[in-house]
Design a protein around this ligand. Structure first.
Ligand SMILES: Cc1cc2nc3c(=O)[nH]c(=O)nc-3n(C[C@H](O)[C@H](O)[C@H](O)COP(=O)(O)OP(=O)(O)OC[C@H]3O[C@@H](n4cnc5c(N)ncnc54)[C@H](O)[C@@H]3O)c2cc1C
Length: 459
């Protein structure tokens, strides 16, 4: 019998396993997919020009110390997000505003003032060290900003934030959830920033998957069982037995569950999870969070004076960034097709998905039919909703009105079961850093409970 069974070999599961091993515990990691990494997945370009990050990509060296420590430990090269040049904002009528990157697009003075007032308000509340408020949990982010006096343009921009950050509409998440998310991530502005103050500062030239691969090597590949989806978890008090879809059973003293809470409903827990946990977890949803990565022979947008950053109210692409690695001649625009636009896009055939993205890029960059935009050398699209073992991204979003309850009950131990995942992190929730933070804490919890020290059990 193992000391600990870890379900899931995403970053939180791998970190939990490694930290548990460092506590002297025997560990087995059981992963549904045929690879480690979960929502971190870098795939090679056919042209041999590097790898495309279909999931997580960006990191920060000062604000995200755990991710950065692994980059250093594994000797991984990073590249700064390219900022030089103009950015583009596409209005709801399809028209373009070209503006110097880093400032508010040139809306009318009234629109700019209104947007900046709301932005500054959210930034201020998201920097307050307080628990999410029940009153903010009862209303959607959209209703919250409307109450603050947001005009139409500002509400559209707030909706764009919800799409970009969480893959949902601003009517679908509570203000408390949104604000608390920003709170764990150094505030709204840090989440949105592409320089050293924010979440989109650096990328790994060889792809973010290297972090997962490095961690898996530390855990030991012999301790990770791939292609083993777990179907049921039975906590018999003396031990926990997990059973795969193929009928294989594994027993351990403790089990760390690292899958997103939205996926708990896919597992059979015996005994069932406490009704409140089940109800709140059942109420969570994952966003439509998709990437189209368009690779070119040259970074043609730079010659036109752009830095590759674009935002759009029309979609399907709602935000795009230059994700090139110049030294390997990997020139790419990574396009996020999220929220309601992502949901529609995901229903198209692959050739249609490609066509609408290229059409929109041509419109955004105002180029003609014979332009290089229509001649990508490679095109990746990744729809995380279609992934059986993710069913969306970034992190589970609670139903409106359930976040404050979720915060007090979800992620707490239940019998011999412990729960980790980026969603439970108090630092960089939703990000790779958050997954590492949560994984480490989960292992500490397990080590303490095996030593019979008190833990913060809720049930
Ligand atoms: C498109 C996209 C862009 C992103 N961009 C960034 C970024 O730039 N920077 C950043 O820091 N983060 C980013 N993220 C978020 C980051 O990828 C996640 O926060 C992090 O990887 C989550 O790790 P996790 O371990 O909590 O969950 P997961 O990665 O979801 O791990 C859960 C694991 O459990 C496995 N599993 C599920 N069900 C079962 C089962 N029944 N049995 C066994 N195993 C199972 C899954 O296969 C998976 O491996 C992005 C994510 C996406 C999708």
């Amino acid at each position: 019998m193992f000391d600990v069974i870890v379900i899931g070999a995403g970053l939180s599961g791998l970190q939990a396993a490694y930290s548990a091993q460092k506590e002297g515990l025997s560990v087995v990691v059981v992963e549904a997919r045929d690879r480690v990494g979960g929502k971190v997945w870098s795939v090679p370009l056919v042209s041999n020009r590097g790898r495309a990050d279909l999931g997580a990509a960006w990191i920060n060296d000062t604000l995200q110390p755990k991710v950065w420590a692994y980059c250093r430990q594994f000797g991984l090269d990073v590249i700064k997000q390219r900022l030089e040049g103009n950015a583009i904002m596409q209005n709801e009528d399809g028209s373009r505003i070209v503006f110097p990157f880093g400032i508010t697009p040139d809306f009318s003075d009234e629109q700019k003032t209104n947007l900046e007032t709301i932005r500054d308000h959210i930034q201020a509340v998201s920097l307050r060290k307080e628990q999410p408020l029940v009153i903010d949990d009862g209303i959607s982010l959209d209703a919250y900003v409307a109450k603050l006096g947001a005009n139409d343009k500002t509400r559209k921009m707030v909706n764009l934030w919800a799409r970009v950050m969480h893959g949902v509409e601003s009517t679908e998440e509570s203000a408390a959830w949104f604000i608390d998310y920003c709170r764990t991530n150094h505030g709204l502005l840090a989440i949105r920033a592409d320089n050293q103050t924010g979440g989109q500062y650096l990328r790994l030239t060889g792809g973010a998957q290297q972090i997962a691969d490095g961690l898996a090597s530390l855990v030991g590949h012999e301790n990770i069982q791939l292609s083993s989806p777990i179907l049921s978890i039975t906590d018999a008090k003396s031990c926990v037995t997990v059973t795969t879809t193929a009928g294989k059973s594994i027993s351990g003293k403790k089990c760390i569950v690292s899958i997103p809470s939205t996926l708990y409903r896919d597992l059979k827990f015996s005994p069932a999870l406490p009704p409140a946990v089940e109800r709140v977890a059942d109420g969570t949803k994952l966003g439509h969070y998709n990437k189209a990565i368009v690779c070119y022979d040259t970074p043609w947008w730079r010659k036109l004076g752009y830095n590759g950053f674009a935002m759009s109210f029309t979609g399907p692409v709602i935000v795009a960034r230059d994700t090139s690695v110049d030294e390997s001649r990997m020139y790419s625009l990574t396009c996020f097709v999220n929220g309601a636009e992502g949901e529609k896009w995901a229903k198209l055939y692959p050739h249609q998905r490609r066509a609408v993205v290229l059409e929109q890029l041509a419109t955004l960059y105002d180029v003609s039919e014979d332009a290089e935009v229509y001649r990508p050398i490679e095109f990746f699209d990744q729809i995380w909703k279609h992934e059986l073992y993710s069913k969306g991204a970034l992190a589970p979003i609670t139903a409106i009105g359930q976040y404050t309850e979720y915060k007090t009950i979800c992620g707490r131990p239940v019998g011999n079961l412990h729960f980790v995942g980026t969603e439970f992190s108090g630092h960089w929730k939703g990000y790779m850093e958050g997954a590492l933070v949560s994984g480490e804490l989960g292992a500490t919890e397990v080590a303490q409970s095996l030593n019979r020290q008190p833990v913060r059990a809720a049930f």
